[in-house]
Ligand binder design. Structure first.
Ligand code: UFG
Length: 330
């Protein structure tokens, strides 16, 4: 009998894929989500669901106790970088302050393991080819800072209390469950692959290319796109590593260690549909680094992680399939 994991934000994009990965691996799962941005239908029917806030400490502590929770996977949070610049206190509230209360509940109940969704945005605009975990973390927006603050909280709490943690610093997450069970569902997204598949299906007129004069091979921004199901699998391995070595914490990049430009992505979407999307040249977005690529040697050394979908065409194909499925769901 495998332990039961509480997944915060399990009705959201990455969280709902983690729920499937945990279930597929035989773990018990309980989801807590306030459904502000998540979808009830994204949670499988046989997974217990608690509608509520991660900062509702009586509710969280009752849930942790009632289900004998062994680990928390914490996905709940706000994720839109430009919004964090406009409304920083929303980010320090949702991502930092509420997470402080969640961690407090975990300590009070004695939950031994905590897995946290961190981000490459904690590195800011690093001046290196491939970002290592010891590359200085200098966030350039409140989103990245709000996540870095949580890394610091976890480090200090793990030193003071019987809890270990893993912070996974995600690079650019994209794609959808290969079996079509969940995907990225929030409308009005700003993420490139989501925007491009929406355009490919006629839900948008065109795709703006934010900057064509970067110091990259084709002048457009380069990112390390990682399939959401490979990322979810990394969370299960993180859980197993935390349980195997309770005195060890992990702070790890989660990417494939290679980059694609905006044009590479748009070409892949065009290939998938055989029907070119309209492209518009636009100025750079404030704060966008030219390139952001992970050095992923640390996670490959720490976990037996074998990415299964490290292929841009596959990521795009799954994103497109989910975007089509969403049309029939709405
Ligand atoms: N881009 C466009 N047009 C668009 C959208 C994006 O040209 O319509 C470009 C961006 O300028 C960038 C690339 O596509 O060069 C990727 O942009 P995204 O908005 O998809 O993602 P970001 O790299 O800006 O940020 C994402 C997440 C963050 C996370 C970061 C970590 O949104 O939460 O990856 O790498 F922190």
């Amino acid at each position: 009998e495998k332990p039961t994991i509480m997944v915060t934000g399990g009705a959201g994009y990455i969280g709902s894929h983690a729920v499937l990965a945990l279930k597929d691996a035989g773990y018990g799962v309980v989801v807590i989500d306030n459904l502000v941005t998540g979808f009830r239908w994204a949670i499988p029917d046989d997974v217990p669901f608690v509608q509520g806030d991660i900062a509702d400490q009586p509710l969280v502590e009752a849930t942790l106790r009632d289900h004998g929770i062994t680990a928390i996977m914490h996905f709940a949070g706000s994720v839109v970088v430009p919004e964090s610049v406009e409304n920083p206190l929303k980010y320090y509230h949702n991502n930092s302050a509420k997470t402080r209360d969640l961690i407090d509940s975990a300590v009070r109940v004695g939950v031994p393991h905590f897995i946290f969704s961190s981000t490459a945005a904690t590195y800011g605009t690093p001046d290196v080819e491939a970002v290592r975990e010891d590359t200085p973390q200098q966030p350039i927006n409140p989103y990245g800072m709000s996540k870095l603050m949580t890394e610091y909280m976890l480090r200090d709490v793990a030193a003071a209390h019987p809890m270990n943690f893993c912070a996974l610093r995600y690079f650019n997450v994209a794609g959808a469950d290969p079996q079509g069970r969940t995907g990225q569902s929030t409308a009005g997204a700003t993420h490139l692959i989501k925007v491009a598949v929406e355009a490919a299906l006629g839900k948008r007129e065109s795709v703006a290319i934010f900057g064509t004069d970067f110091a990259t091979p084709d002048g457009t921004g380069v990112r390390d796109y990682i399939h959401v199901s490979d990322l979810a699998a990394a969370h299960v391995l993180a859980l197993e590593a935390l349980m195997a070595e309770p005195d060890r914490n992990h702070l790890l990049n989660c990417g494939y260690g290679r980059g694609f430009s905006v044009l590479d992505v748009l070409d892949a979407v065009d290939r998938a549909t055989n029907n070119p999307i309209k492209r518009i040249m636009a100025p750079r977005r404030a704060g966008d680094p030219a390139a952001l690529i992970s050095d992923n040697r640390a996670i490959l050394a720490a976990f037996p992680w074998q990415p299964r979908y490290a292929d841009l065409d596959l990521i795009v194909a799954h994103a497109l399939a989910w975007e089509r499925a969403l049309e029939t769901r709405a």
